[in-house]
Ligand binder design. Sequence first.
Ligand code: UT7
Length: 405
Amino acid sequence: MAAHNRTADAFVSNRIYAHIVGWGMAVPDRVLSNNDLAAIVETSDEWIVTRTGIHERRIAGETESTATLGLKAAQRALEVAEILPIELDMVIVATSTPEYIFPSTASLIQDWLGAAKAGAFDLSAACSGFVYAVNFAAQAIRSGSIETALVIGSETMSRVLDWQDRGTCILFGDGAGAVVLKASDVEGGVLSSVLRSDGSGWDLLTIPTVGSQDAELPGADSVQQKMGKMYMNGGEVFKFATRVIGESIQQALAQAGLTINDVKLIIPHQANARIIQSAARALKVEPELFMSNLERYGNTSAASIPIALCEAVEMGKIKQDDHIVFVGFGGGLSWGAMVVRWGRPESVERRALYRQRQQFSYFLAHWRRRLVRVSRRFNETLGRIRPEQGRIRRLRRKVERQPLD
Ligand code: UT7
């Protein structure tokens, strides 16, 4: 069925819903414990555990990067969704540690997957990035302009940490999580979202990059900036986070016509166990309502919510028709909360030979990439040879026209 006819009809009757139909995660094997950190900076396991709740985090190996971790998470999410890369309309990567400023990390993953019909872009909203990205994918699906989207949160925070700054290097880790969203006539999926920003707090959490030195932003002198390294005013970010979590959750719930009593699980950005406890107090709920896995991964920025989502599903914490909430907060300052009614719509059909077709599409993507790159290089070389040949031809004609002595 032509996607656009189907979605256009449903859009007229306002019945398109954006469901999360696939999820996947990938973390590096290398574990960095608090005791390992105590050998690098002046800190201790006891301080880190009591102040943050973190016991260990994962650190990317030499051959791992934001794109390779994101790719693995994406492949797993597509497998759960039983969707082939060619069916994707959009790939969004939420990240603060992209491979390049451009091209987007999303474009690299789009190519590696062989998602030849998809648009791709990176989204920069720091630790709120995943909530922002899911919101925009869901909006595009609900508007009828696309049918299927892949949203990835992927980070290699270890590459932007100042390993002499004990206020930040003990908090962060590397990893990736991904979800696949799909249009459906079945009610549910992403029900509401609240996205906010307060750029007046830009200097509380930053990674200076090309151009930062030239910017004349208010307060720029006060920031102890190191090019390409993260700076954080932990205390101020802590206060901001505890204020906005409860507030934005309540706003997103009100928008969905729900209350906190309807919520089965809140999946917050995994920043600090004390932030989660304080948000639970503000909302007058048990801390157990919040999913927490930061003791094993630390803060993986835009990847922390999708990683926690995958583990919550694996642990059986989320069931069909449960209302769950995502809440993210961080650099910008930015924050966002989102209410989702969980459940794969019945129309998601099981596909014969899905795994084989998925593997074949990666094989095709690999050879397509090689062929396109070779033919591009060939055309480039031709482009250089042709003007040279023209010059030789013109010279020859000139010589031929010369009268013989
Ligand atoms: O993902 C984006 C969002 N980010 C966040 O949400 C992070 C929010 N902030 C935090 O999680 C906390 O502010 C931190 C964990 C970063 C810091 O915890 P804190 O309880 O706010 O500690 P602090 O910065 O107020 O420092 C308290 C003391 C200080 O010593 P004095 O001045 O009291 O003698 C620090 O120098 O702890 C010291 N300290 C440390 N000691 C051992 C700071 N970092 C460390 C450390 N190990 N790693």
